[in-house]
Design a protein around this ligand. Structure first.
Ligand SMILES: Cc1ncc(COP(=O)(O)O)c(C=O)c1O
Length: 360
C-alpha cells in the first residue's frame, strides 16, 4: 500500500501515559487500584475550581479569548513580569512542542539530558530535529558541563529539566550560572520547571526570578501538578517578547480552552492552599525516600512530587509486582522506577507493595 505518513515516525516510541486504575482494579478483582504513575497531586481540585468550571461551561458554545488576556494579566501580576512575555498553552508539553517548531528546522539539534522527560524525544522527532541525549551523572542528575560540550552549530534548543523528571534531581544556581554563561547567545535554553512549587532546596533557583531577563532563556511552567489542573491542560511559558511573539505564531489557535482559563483564574486565588498541599507532599516525599533507603534502594534526593528508584533492569519486574498488589508505578526499563507521591495511605500501600516486590 502507498505510504501516507513519515517513515521516520516508525522508529519513534509512543508517549506512555500512566496505566488506567479502573482497568487494573477490574483485572485484580479489587475495589480500587492506586495510581502513582503520572505525577499528579492527589488532593482533588482546589476550592472554587469546580464552581468556576461549572460557570464557564455555560459559555462553552463560544470560542475562548485567544489572547488569554485576563489570565495572562493575572499570571503577570503573580510572577512580576510583563504579560507580553507570557504564552499559555494546552499543557506545558504543547508549549515545548511550539518552542521546537519555532526554533528548529529538519536536521537541527535539540540537546537534553537522558534520562529525562519522555516527551522530549517525541517533540524533537516531530519537527525532524536530531535529539542529542547527554547521559545523566552517576548521581542521576544533569551533567551540565557535558550538555554545554554537546552544543554544536546545529543546536537550536537545549532543555534543562529542573527538577528532572523522572529522577527528581535538581541543578543548583552555581552550576546553572556557569552553564548559561557558556551557552552561545543564539541557542535557546528552555528551563522546564514543571515541579517548581515542590522545590525546597534554597540553592535551586526559581528560573523566572533568576534568569527570566536573559535573552536566550525560556521558562516552562505548568498548572497540572501543584495547581491541580492536569485534566484541564494549562501550561505557560515566560520568554523575551520577541521569542514569545514567534511562539504565538505557531500556536494552535484557541488551545487554552475557555474552561482551562476560568479554572486557572480560580486556582490562582488559592495560593495558600497550594502551599499547604505542597508541604504535605514534601513531607511524604521525605518519608517515602527514607523508607525506601531503609530497604536498601539508593533513592536520590528528590525536589519534585515523585521519587526515583534506580533498579536498573529489575525495573519492569518491580513495576509488575507493584501492579499485582494494586499499585501502579512507572517503570522505565532498564533504568529505574518513578513513584509519584500520593496520600499517606496510598504511600503506605506502595511501601508495603515495594517491600514485597524487592524481596521477591
Ligand atoms: C518535566 C515535565 N515537563 C512538562 C510536563 C508537562 O506538563 P503539562 O503538559 O501537563 O503541563 C511534565 C508532565 O509530566 C513534566 O514532567
Amino acid at each position: 500500500m502507498t505510504r501516507l505518513t513519515r517513515a521516520d515516525l516508525d522508529a519513534l516510541p509512543n508517549y506512555v501515559p500512566g496505566r488506567n486504575v479502573a482497568d487494573l482494579a477490574r483485572e485484580l478483582g479489587i475495589d480500587e487500584a492506586i495510581k502513582l504513575a503520572s505525577n499528579e497531586v492527589p488532593f482533588g481540585p482546589l476550592p472554587g475550581v469546580p464552581e468556576a468550571i461549572a460557570e464557564a461551561v455555560r459559555s462553552s458554545h463560544r470560542y475562548p479569548d485567544m489572547g488569554v488576556a485576563v489570565l495572562r494579566d493575572k499570571l503577570a501580576e503573580r510572577y512580576g513580569i510583563d504579560a507580553e512575555r507570557i504564552v499559555t498553552g494546552c499543557g506545558s508539553v504543547a508549549l515545548a512542542e511550539h518552542l521546537a517548531k519555532a526554533t528548529c528546522l529538519p536536521g537541527d539539534e535539540i540537546v537534553y539530558a537522558w534520562r529525562s522527560f519522555e516527551a522530549y524525544p517525541i517533540i524533537a522527532a516531530g519537527v525532524g530535529a536530531t535529539s542529542v541525549r547527554v547521559p545523566n551523572t552517576g548521581d542521576h542528575g544533569h551533567d551540565l558541563a557535558a550538555m554545554a560540550e554537546a552544543i554544536t552549530d546545529r543546536t537550536r534548543l537545549v532543555i534543562v529539566c529542573n527538577p528532572n523528571n523522572p529522577t527528581g534531581t535538581a541543578v543548583r544556581k552555581e552550576e546553572l550560572d556557569r552553564f548559561l554563561a557558556s551557552v552561545p547567545s543564539d541557542v535557546l535554553v528552555v528551563l522546564d520547571e514543571a515541579y517548581r512549587e515542590l522545590v525546597t532546596d534554597p540553592d535551586v533557583p526559581d528560573a523566572i526570578a533568576t534568569y527570566g531577563d536573559r535573552h536566550n532563556v525560556v521558562v516552562l511552567r505548568t498548572m497540572s501538578k501543584a495547581w491541580g489542573l492536569a485534566g484541564l491542560r494549562m501550561g505557560f511559558l515566560v520568554a523575551q517578547p520577541e521569542v514569545a511573539a514567534a511562539i504565538r505564531k505557531v500556536l494552535t489557535p484557541f488551545s487554552t480552552s475557555l474552561v482551562a482559563q476560568a479554572a486557572a483564574l480560580a486556582a490562582l486565588t488559592q495560593e495558600d492552599e497550594v502551599k499547604r498541599r505542597c508541604a504535605l507532599v514534601v513531607s511524604e516525599r521525605d518519608r517515602v525516600t527514607e523508607a525506601l533507603r531503609k530497604l536498601s534502594v539508593p533513592v536520590p534526593e528528590s525536589q519534585a512530587n515523585f521519587v526515583w528508584m534506580p533498579l536498573g533492569d529489575k525495573a519492569a519486574a518491580f513495576g509488575a509486582a507493584c501492579e499485582g498488589r494494586g499499585v501502579i508505578v512507572r517503570a522505565f526499563q532498564p533504568d529505574g522506577v518513578r513513584v509519584t507521591i500520593g496520600t499517606p495511605e496510598e504511600n503506605d500501600a506502595f511501601l508495603a507493595a515495594a517491600e514485597h516486590a524487592l524481596d521477591a
